[in-house]
Design a protein around this ligand. Structure first.
Ligand SMILES: [Cu+2]
Length: 243
């Protein structure tokens, strides 16, 4: 009979644990289904040097992978001054809110001995999958200031998976084998970030109402910040200017 009570007590304890675990899992607020949006453009005022040719002759595979010469990507603008590869993200205003981390990995590809994309933005705690699509070996080497440093030699076909635990905009990444290879990984602790496209445009969607600091980061031009106050489902337009 005593044993009977013991089993009931153990079962009750287990049940309480399960309920507590479920409650903890739900405590992260879901992103607002239909919140406010920020759309905008990042511009470069001035004369941008033209991209220059990359000499890949040190590795015959890399050189032969391009029918026309690969060019540098460190400062890319369009005819209207739209600045590409700028990370725009909410750097302040969300408090200590913990957001659900996506199950899908962020993907960085090495193709033609260049990184695709040149600038990747992802979440802190999200899986990073590094793919080598080249028939040559790369050695991916992120050089963080606020995360654990690692570098991995990577032959073709074997993905590398890693996680950056903390926010850092942005981590410089190099290849220990091909000195021209360079990319940046922006690690953000909230889901509100974007990387500008060819026209310098970006959009942040589904933000809860509130006052925020937006930060725009570029690998050569540094950072700019701007404050916005968002209400309801309104869309606000902002412009960042680098010179
Ligand atoms: Cu390489």
């Amino acid at each position: 009979m005593k044993r009977h009570y013991f089993y009931i007590a153990v079962l009750a304890l287990l049940l309480i644990c399960v309920i507590m675990l479920c409650a903890a899992g739900r405590s992260g607020p879901a992103p607002v289904p239909r919140g406010a949006s920020v759309t905008g453009v990042v511009k470069f005022k001035g004369t941008a040097a033209r991209p220059t040719r990359i000499d890949m002759s040190a590795d015959p595979f890399c050189a032969q992978a391009h029918s026309s010469a690969a060019t540098t990507e460190e400062l890319l603008t369009d005819a209207n001054g739209g600045l590409e590869n700028v990370v725009v993200f909410v750097s302040d205003g969300l408090g200590t809110t913990a957001f659900t981390i996506p199950d899908e990995p962020a993907v960085m590809e090495q193709k033609g001995c260049q990184y695709k994309p040149h600038v990747l933005a992802m979440r802190a705690g999200q899986k990073l999958k590094v793919v080598n699509s080249d028939a040559t070996t790369h050695n991916i080497h992120p050089m963080p200031n606020n995360n654990r440093e690692w570098n991995v030699s990577q032959p073709q076909g074997v993905p590398v998976e890693q996680v950056f635990a903390r926010e850092e905009v942005a981590i410089s990444v190099k290849c220990n084998i091909h000195p021209w290879m360079r990319s940046y990984i922006a690690v953000v602790k909230n889901p509100y970030f974007a990387v500008t496209g060819k026209n310098g445009g970006f959009e942040l969607k589904d933000l809860p109402p509130g006052s925020y600091t937006l930060q725009a980061w570029h690998e050569k031009l540094g950072s700019r910040t701007q404050k916005v106050t968002l209400a309801g489902e309104a869309t606000q337009t902002v412009e960042f200017v680098f010179q």
